[in-house]
Design a protein around this ligand. Sequence first.
Ligand SMILES: NC(=O)c1ccc[n+]([C@@H]2O[C@H](COP(=O)([O-])OP(=O)(O)OC[C@H]3O[C@@H](n4cnc5c(N)ncnc54)[C@H](O)[C@@H]3O)[C@@H](O)[C@H]2O)c1
Length: 324
Amino acid sequence: METLLQRFLSAIVATEKYFAHAKNLIDVRVDSSQISNDRKGCETTIPKRKDTEMIINGAVGVVTGAASGIGRALSEELAKRGAKALALVDHSEAVSGIADEVNAKVGAKVATGYSGDVTDAGFRGKLFAELHERHGMVNICVPAAGVTRDGLAVKVDKETDKVMVYPQELFRKVMEVNLVAPVYWAMEMVAGIAEERRRKGLKRWDPAEPLQGAVIFIGSVSSLGNKGQIAYAATKAGLEGAAATLMMEAIYHGVRCGIIHPGYTDTPMVRALGEDYIRDRIIPLTQLRRLIKPEEIADAICFMIQNAAVSGSLWADAGFHPNA
Ligand SMILES: NC(=O)c1ccc[n+]([C@@H]2O[C@H](COP(=O)([O-])OP(=O)(O)OC[C@H]3O[C@@H](n4cnc5c(N)ncnc54)[C@H](O)[C@@H]3O)[C@@H](O)[C@H]2O)c1
């Protein structure tokens, strides 16, 4: 039979084990030494470094579509997580002001706004060259700029009985912005990393090295098909194929690649659908009965960047289950 003394001793051992475990948890969560001095007291959430992670802290990133919605929220989140330099790209002039806001929030000059068209290859090339010269290798690319140009694939005018096909020019325009541009922005970053590695005499990335970079494409729940979005849905499904291919190729240079498929997110792109449409045709089809916050998508993208075990696609859709 257990004596009183034995019980007392095992209680002490159990208590010690509990405190050792609790200390470990605290050690993982609080690591203020990771926060650089010039940012103390500002909005930073820099996590403890693990060897297997792609590190946002100290990274150089490019975010397109950064003047609005998801791209804007992501820029802020990357800055809070300690990115060294961020290029915020958008054809809206407002992007410079957004960069200033991001810098004010983190108390450091991290973000710079670049106003231009993502479909312009010259603009893209110059921007990467400038970033490389000023900050070194770019290692995060999230090409988030996108457009919708909704319309039925084949539409019958009830008044005139005229049948109309979705305009080909419009289809091509959506393809250029939503599919061709993101893939080329991503490849530009991978090419920069490949060149830098060649210069250093490095060939195939070795798992003993740190990961070199990450690309996250922005797909959509519409990639599974969505009435009225023939062009948009095709581009987002196309990104799935591009991501899967780049994922296989870019790891040669130490770059991971993934795609996130957001559901309806509360951004100007979705607000443009109108309050009635959102209330009647979107919210009831979501399990959460609400739009997703841009910050939630930004957080999910950062998770994909940081957690090296994550590959392929992530659905961040608020449980969106539309009827056929
Ligand atoms: N909001 C959603 O519900 C949702 C859902 C799934 C996927 N997405 C995708 O997320 C991304 C961001 O969407 P958002 O909702 O934040 O949209 P948004 O309209 O708020 O922002 C898109 C930004 O892209 C910029 N842009 C568009 N064309 C450009 C071009 N040619 N050159 C430079 N900049 C350009 C716009 O100026 C704008 O600032 C898009 O790729 C979109 O398809 C959005």
